[in-house]
Design a protein around this ligand. Structure first.
Ligand code: DGY
Length: 325
């Protein structure tokens, strides 16, 4: 990089080592108070910065991208998911979009496995019980959950995170793992993972004891898990969502849980995040986490540095490694 340093607006507070490095490399505007930018705020950022280091909760819509005069040439999204950005509109306006794959795979897979155990073994409920002072002591019939080991896990999507979940489930817990992905991995990958392909999402949800979602949020996957597919699930089965909230019709999920046509759900993401359907808050057989999939110190630093690498490559005139548009 030569001459004047590019102006980068960082839309949210980032881990300190990342902020330090962004400030060293660029003419950076940080957000120490961590105030989210609304539509007009994002529009203003696009008019004044060469780049935005934005996050998965910044809604960079076609309207926002229609701002004039548009100065920004790259949106370096801090997150593997980029459904917060209207990629077609960005492309049309000549704005490059990058994401941060790979670095969050293991932590997000761990999160999915944690949720599976939490809901099956009633961990949230048990925690609340102890904290409420309601525990009267060990007894053979107290708070019996469902065994995870040896059961069938159904993965919807078979990208990096799903594969990491499959490894944990197969090697750690002796689970049988089924999956459906319209773009399945190569046969040798399927064989190495020891997983079984199914022809449709319906087949996966029908057979699984645990259904875990690992597909991106796209118009095609919106409400992929709807009332009809929830009805296909076994009444003893659990739904795990660490992907994106709108892959599940949350209202239909509430209805299925109320009618007990499924056994429970464990959610990290929500359709109207950060709002959560009030009915879910009252259900003991539901685990609710605040979008923690990648939330470890190690991963959030790695995500920031990866976004920064994408910015550096772009402004050095090279192809950013994680260009998605
Ligand atoms: C992502 O990277 O898309 C995650 O949802 C953020 O944790």
């Amino acid at each position: 990089m030569s001459g004047k340093r590019p102006r980068v607006i960082v839309t949210r507070r980032l881990p300190a080592p990342v902020e330090e490095q962004v400030a060293r490399e660029f003419d950076a505007q940080l957000n120490p108070e961590d105030r989210p930018l609304d539509g007009p705020g994002l529009g203003q950022a696009l008019r004044t910065a060469d780049a935005l280091l934005c996050t998965v909760t910044d809604r960079i819509t076609a309207d926002v991208l229609a701002t004039e005069p548009l100065k920004t040439r790259i949106l370096a999204n801090f997150g593997v998911g980029f459904n917060n950005i209207d990629v077609a509109a960005a492309k049309q306006r000549g704005v490059v979009v990058t994401n941060t794959p790979e670095v969050l795979t293991d932590d997000t897979a761990d999160d999915a496995v944690m949720l599976m155990f939490m809901v099956a073994r009633r961990a949230g409920e048990g925690e609340r019980h102890v904290r409420a002072g309601a525990w009267t002591g060990w007894r053979p019939t107290h708070m019996l959950g469902t065994r995870v080991s040896g059961k069938t896990l159904g993965l919807v999507g078979m990208g990096r995170i799903a594969r990491a979940v499959a490894r944990r489930a197969r090697q750690g817990f002796g689970m049988r793992v089924l999956f459906h992905d319209p773009y399945p991995p190569a046969p040798e990958v399927v064989a190495e993972l020891g997983v079984e392909a199914r022809a449709s999402v319906d087949d996966v949800v029908r057979e699984a004891d645990f259904v875990s979602l690992h597909c991106p949020a796209t118009p095609e996957t919106r409400h992929l898990i709807d009332a009809r597919r929830l009805k296909l699930m076994k009444p003893t089965a659990f739904l795990i969502n660490t992907a994106r909230g709108d892959v599940v019709d949350e209202q239909a999920l509430v209805a299925a849980l109320e009618a007990r046509t499924i056994a429970g759900a464990a959610l990290d993401v929500y359709e109207r995040e950060p709002a959560v359907s009030p009915a879910l808050l009252a259900m003991e057989n539901v685990v609710l986490l605040p979008h923690l999939g990648s939330a470890t110190q190690e991963t959030r630093v790695a995500m920031g540095l990866r976004a920064l690498d994408n910015l550096k490559a772009f402004f050095a005139g090279a192809q950013p490694r994680d260009r998605v548009a």
